[in-house]
Design a protein around this ligand. Structure first.
Ligand SMILES: [Zn+2]
Length: 78
């Protein structure tokens, strides 16, 4: 018998930040506060999960601006 395991990444949008100009593609887009959750799956069932990345996502170019925990909290509560 062997164990099937892997990792799974899931994107979660927390809040829309409204229209802003993206510093990467210079389009005016609706940027969003997002975080990436990584989980370890065993037999395709997510068992352990944690937030691996916090960032501002541009839906136009897919650019992500990485945020620190404090910056993220500030934007989320703004
Ligand atoms: Zn962009």
């Amino acid at each position: 018998m062997y164990i099937v395991y892997g990792t799974r990444k899931k994107l979660k949008i927390d809040k829309s930040l409204g229209h802003q100009v993206c510093p990467n593609c210079h389009h005016e887009v609706e940027r969003a506060l997002a975080r990436e959750k990584t989980s370890i799956t065993i037999f395709y069932i997510p068992t352990i999960g944690w937030t691996s990345k916090k960032f501002i996502l541009c839906p136009c170019c897919g650019d992500s601006q990485i945020l620190s925990g404090a910056e993220y909290k500030e934007l989320k509560n703004a």
